[in-house]
Design a protein around this ligand. Structure first.
Ligand SMILES: *Cc1c(COP(=O)(O)O)cnc(C)c1O
Length: 383
């Protein structure tokens, strides 16, 4: 019955039931590494906490439910979850991904997995032809991130999944920026959805955690095997915090979207602002895709000041009082970041600038404070 619920109920009830031991409404934090057996193999489904833990399992069921998938897996970080996906592949396999990728993902691909014989291609994915030109019999995975970070390009998940399917290529979507409140990639044809739950899912900047959700049973079995065999799991406390965060995801996301909308429109009219990147604008190149694929336009945006350079942007960021200068995103509090020197510092400058991540670009993760206070803060900082 619970899987038929609407999204705003699934965040609270999806895959959940009162704890079997004492009826606790929230799953207890099962801070244990091991479980008593009555005879070798005689246990209640839990043997060792790398393999299974009741608190993590409650989270994994919630994750599957909110992404409209069958199988959920939680990891120690978003990158650990990605690492597990890449371990599905073999030397010689090829992966196509976007040229506007989260810096840490780019680093994992090029600095770790290239050495294991995987070959990565990075292309602009809003043009499908860029992808189809690269597809060959070695192509095994298409890795999508949408909206992209920090340029806010929107990639058509349904179109890419349709393109990949006849070739037997798996499509994985990093859904961190959108969250399942805005889009559910599995329902659009993707095979794997990944999250840095550190961001919107947990939502309170107090935990680092990653997740995967899938529908394909054979693929899920392999991911479960890798999760246990490689061991990059999350602990029970972090599972609990993430589960608690998910319960308010829909209310938080609604406010994130409203506030970002107001701020994007404020900045667009500002005489000192050159350009605002936010998919809600009708003149955003992927606005139509965003409108069809997403429920709303999210809480992230980026902007460039007029004639702005490195130092002008740094000055604005330093003047902000309510927006905190910090890495990360998706928490209740507003953050400002400078991608060129922070999240994207690991991407070579020429590659970075080609995709629009210039030195003067400022990225905002719009929180859920009173938007009047956020706008007042931007006003005093930009001048
Ligand atoms: C933060 C982030 C990651 C990495 O997640 P961690 O939890 O920090 O390991 C991956 N993709 C995107 C889009 C992110 O924002």
């Amino acid at each position: 019955m619970k899987e038929k619920l609407h999204f705003n109920s699934k965040t609270i009830h999806g895959g959940q039931q009162p704890d079997k031991a004492y009826g606790a409404v929230m799953p207890p934090i099962y801070q244990t590494s091991t479980y008593a057996q009555t005879t070798p193999g005689g246990h209640k489904g839990f043997e060792y906490s790398r393999t299974h833990n009741p608190t993590r399992q409650a989270l994994e069921k919630s994750l599957a439910s909110i992404e409209s998938g069958k199988f959920g897996f939680a990891f120690g970080s978003g990158l650990a979850a990605m690492d597990a996906v890449l371990k599905l592949l073999k030397p010689g396999d090829e992966i196509i991904s976007t040229d506007d990728l989260y810096g840490g993902s780019y680093r994992l691909f090029t600095k770790i997995f290239e050495d294991f014989g995987l070959k990565f291609h990075f292309v602009g994915m809003d043009n499908l032809q860029n992808i189809s030109l690269l597809i060959n019999e070695k192509t095994k995975l298409i890795w999508v991130e949408t909206p992209t970070n920090p340029m806010m390009n929107v990639i058509d998940i349904k179109a890419i999944s349709a393109l990949a399917k006849p070739h037997g290529i798996f499509v994985a979507v990093d859904n961190t920026f959108a969250s399942p409140y805005l889009q559910q990639p599995l329902t659009l044809g993707a095979d794997i959805v990944m999250h840095s739950a550190t961001k919107y899912l947990a939502g309170h900047s107090d935990v680092v955690l990653g997740s995967l959700v899938l529908n394909n049973e054979a693929l899920a079995e392999r991911i479960g095997f890798i999760q246990n065999a490689s061991g990059a799991i999350c602990g029970p406390m972090d599972s609990f915090l993430t589960l608690r965060g998910i319960k308010t995801l829909h209310v938080r996301m609604q406010r994130h979207c409203e506030n970002a909308n107001a701020i994007a429109n404020y900045l667009k009219k500002h005489s000192k602002i050159e350009k605002v990147y936010w998919p809600g604008f009708e003149d955003h190149p992927n606005h139509q895709v965003a409108k069809t694929q997403m429920k709303d336009f999210g809480g992230m945006l980026s902007f460039v000041t007029k004639g702005g350079d490195y130092s002008a942007s740094i000055k604005i960021i330093e003047k902000l009082k309510l927006f905190t200068l910090a890495e990360s995103l998706g928490g209740v509090e507003s953050l400002a970041g400078h991608p060129a020197s922070m999240t994207h510092a690991s991407i070579p400058k020429n590659l970075r600038e080609k995709s629009g991540v210039v030195d003067s670009l400022i990225r905002l993760s719009v929180g859920i404070e009173d938007v009047r206070d956020l706008i007042a803060d931007l006003k005093q900082a930009i001048g």
